[in-house]
Design a protein around this ligand. Structure first.
Ligand code: MOS
Length: 754
């Protein structure tokens, strides 16, 4: 294969080719001018509006719906209920693989959680459909809701997260604890969180006979296509999904959700295009969430602060009818070396919607508990928490014993600490004040996230005029994929980015795999890179086998592609332009295909992770307990950075979520009704500008030859993991008060102090 001229220069240095450049978003103008078309912006002719009626109880059955009153309302066209819904080809409660989640599609009158759809009103206007849904005035037979981690029998799930075993260990934990000279045991709790993407789940569905055309946000087009095909009994190829932009997904749009399918059913029922958009409060139930956890950490160390035992037990919750278990204890698999490590999970079934992957699922929940406990252990040893981490961070993956693909973590600790000024930190808490008398605290947390890759496919075309086309059903959900992947596309063809027509966001393009697990750039990027390489190899064959070409006889591996020309590797003065090669051959274009191969769970010599270290400063009012994060410095090693501007933005996003996790975000469930009490963005707190301080994200240079051909790791989720713990630890350092229930709210701080 000929070489594609990828830069070997440090990722943060501008170097002249596309990869590594801090380009602004290619779709930026579309977005800021409002011309980027999101799902709900579509209005096909004749379109009707569907509005969900959702359950106000968490468990029981719907005894009565006043369908007549709703239908009598002006503008209402149809009311879809379990009695008249269109037939499906597949039971929505069928589950033939772990990622086929059970959906509530009006299959019966049962209510399994609050905000479950119980009817759909379809009308000529949004207002009429909304009023019609109100007029349904449901009556229920209510059963007591099971709310909270103690509300039902405890059991051990068969698998946690994406199919991981529920327990793992290395060495004997009790022996390790017994041998330790210092021990801590502490219980931490994390709250339920809901994805709350800025764009709610929305769909515009149009049937034409048995073909289906839909506009809907999707993090996994082929998976959505497959699920819909099964439910409606049509071939996947009959379904065209357009998803050019998502207003965030965070995992909730990875699989097609029940409400999206209800929109398709509504369109089938009325024989017209139908739009269905979730109201904010309707997102607190049927589209997934992060389950609550209670985590018990037992840690032992010897006199010089060397870890001897690390036991991490998690209790979490799933719904009464389906399985997803937040794998919080797995966070202890990758961070700290200890001769004995044990992790385990147990769970309870509650009357909630089924939890789901949500931004660093397991890593976020698990790491805030682990990082807090590590801090408590450092304190017990009388050691600086950074020094304790430097002594105990893992150089091989602790449970598997596999070498990490890099040892860049140490560099993250040292670059982050230096930038932050960590050496000026007082060892004891409650020692530092600012000029206004506010308590100042500094905390550190280690960041970790697996370097995943899924299966993906791409197509590349080189046209006779020397321009290129790259096609992949990739997902632009605000993270910048369109830009970063376009950069890879341009380099893969050895072209300038403006010479490449980059097409993505549609199910009729090659399957890009799922945009999740911080793996989209690696997955789609490697597929694109291979598609481009396939084109260039064919082009090189044409040239090097043609006696009229200056490249004749160089051999396929003897040329390099750059700037729209092929160069002889051993003599760069000899080159030929793409259009000259194609023109002479009489070909209008050359097409190439590329794929990436999933690495999840693949037996591998190396443990693949991105790493980081985050340093936080908080200020706390000593009288009122009011907390603010005033400074955050993160240092991250995440392989090759395709676009430093966008990668930094992703790292910032994660760090802000870390602040949210530590101090703000929680769904409060009413213990009596099982309803979320704060299903809106006024009371479900997330950080606003005033909560977010000066952020710094240092991208530590890392060349990892093992993760994939481009050396790409993920930057989307890792920022949450170190930050949440760093903020929690900074609150302790400011106040001397350890709050073990997250988020750390003012009342909890005061309560823990009392
Ligand atoms: Mo996700 S939980 O969208 O990686």
């Amino acid at each position: 294969m000929p070489e594609i001229a990828l830069t070997q220069a440090p990722a943060h240095i501008r170097h002249g080719s596309n990869i590594g450049q801090p380009l602004t978003r290619r779709d930026g103008v579309l977005k800021v001018t409002g011309t980027a078309r999101y799902a709900a912006d579509n209005h096909p002719p004749g379109m009707l509006y569907a509005v969900l009626a959702v359950s106000s109880i968490a468990r029981g059955r719907v005894a009565f719906l006043d369908v007549a009153a709703a239908k009598a309302h002006a503008g209402v066209v149809e009311v879809m209920t379990p009695a008249n819904k269109p037939a499906l080809a597949q039971d929505p409660d069928e589950k033939s693989n772990p990622f086929m989640f059970r959906l509530d599609l009006l299959q019966n009158d049962r209510v399994r959680y609050a905000n479950q759809p119980i009817a759909v009103v379809i009308a000529a206007t949004l207002e009429a459909a909304t009023e019609g849904a109100t007029l349904l005035s449901p009556r229920y037979e209510t059963e007591p809701a099971r709310v909270g981690l103690d509300a039902n029998e405890t059991f051990v799930p068969a698998v946690v997260g994406p199919g991981h075993p529920p327990a793992a260990h290395r060495g004997d934990i009790e022996t390790g604890l017994a041998a330790a000279s210092k021990r801590i045991e502490a219980t931490y709790e994390t709250a339920p969180q809901y994805h709350n993407a800025m764009e709610p789940h929305a769909i515009v569905a149009t049937w034409d006979g048995d073909t289906l055309s839909i506009d809907t946000p999707s993090q996994g087009l082929a998976m959505a296509q497959g699920r819909i095909a099964g439910l409606f009994g049509i071939a996947p190829g009959k379904i065209h999904i357009r998803s050019p932009f998502l207003g965030g997904g965070f995992g909730s749009k990875g699989m097609i959700s029940g409400p999206q399918v209800l929109g398709i059913m509504a369109a089938r029922m009325v024989g017209k295009p139908v739009k269905l958009v979730l109201r904010r409060e309707q997102m607190f139930g049927p589209v997934g969430h992060r389950a609550p956890t209670r985590q018990i950490l037992r840690i032992g160390a010897d006199n010089d602060g060397t870890l001897k035992a690390l036991d991490h037990r998690t209790k979490t919750a799933s719904s009464s009818f389906d399985d997803f278990f937040e794998p919080a204890s797995d966070a202890s698999h990758t961070l700290y070396a200890s001769s004995a490590i044990a992790t385990s999970h147990e769970a309870v079934r509650l009357d909630t919607g089924t939890p789901l992957f949500m931004r660093a699922p397991g890593e976020a929940t698990g790491s805030i508990a682990l990082e807090s406990a590590i801090d408590e252990m450092a304190q017990a040893c009388g050691m600086d928490p950074l020094a304790f981490r430097l002594k105990n961070y893992a150089e091989v993956e602790p449970i598997s014993g596999k070498p990490f693909s890099s040892k860049a973590l140490r560099e993250c600790y040292s670059q982050g600490a230096e930038r932050f000024g960590w050496e000026r930190r007082s060892l004891a808490p409650r020692q530092m004040r600012d000029h206004n008398g506010l308590l100042v605290g500094w905390g550190v947390g280690t960041a970790t996230f697996p370097a995943l890759m899924f299966e993906g496919h791409a197509k590349a075309v080189l046209r006779q005029d020397g321009s290129g086309v790259v096609e992949i059903g990739a997902h632009e959900m605000g993270q910048g994929a369109r830009t970063a992947l376009d950069q890879i596309a341009a380099d893969s063809l050895g072209l300038d980015i403006d010479q490449v027509d980059f097409r993505s966001g549609s199910s009729d393009l090659p399957d890009a795999g799922i945009a999740g697990g911080s793996a989209h750039t690696a997955t789609a990027g490697v597929a694109i890179n291979n598609a481009g390489a396939d084109v260039i190899a064919k082009l090189a064959d044409l040239a090097t086998n043609d006696s009229r070409s200056p490249l004749f006889g160089a051999g396929n591996a003897g040329v390099i592609a750059r700037g729209g020309r092929l160069f002889r590797r051993d003599d760069e003065r000899r080159s030929e332009g793409y259009s000259d090669i194609l023109g002479r051959s009489g070909l209008a274009e050359i097409e190439g295909q590329g794929a990436s191969v999933a690495n999840m769970g693949a037996p591998s010599t190396y443990a693949m992770h991105a790493h980081g270290a985050v340093f936080a400063e908080v200020k706390v009012d000593p009288d009122l307990g009011q907390m603010r994060v005033t400074r955050l410095v993160g240092a991250f090693a995440a392989g090759r950075i395709i676009n430093p501007r966008l990668a930094r933005s992703q790292l910032y996003g994660g760090m802000i979520w870390g602040i949210s996790f530590a101090l703000h975000e929680q769904a409060v469930m009413d213990a009596r009704s099982g309803r979320p009490m704060n299903p809106n963005l006024a009371e479900y707190h997330i950080p606003v500008n005033a909560d977010v301080p000066s952020l710094e994200a240092i991208m530590v240079e890392e060349h990892d030859p093992h993760v994939n051909a481009l050396g790409i790791k993920g930057v989307g989720e890792i920022g949450i993991t170190g930050t949440a713990g760093a903020v929690a630890n900074a609150v302790w350092h400011a106040t001397g008060v350890r709050v073990r229930k997250f988020p750390i709210t003012l009342d909890r701080l005061i309560e823990a102090q009392a």
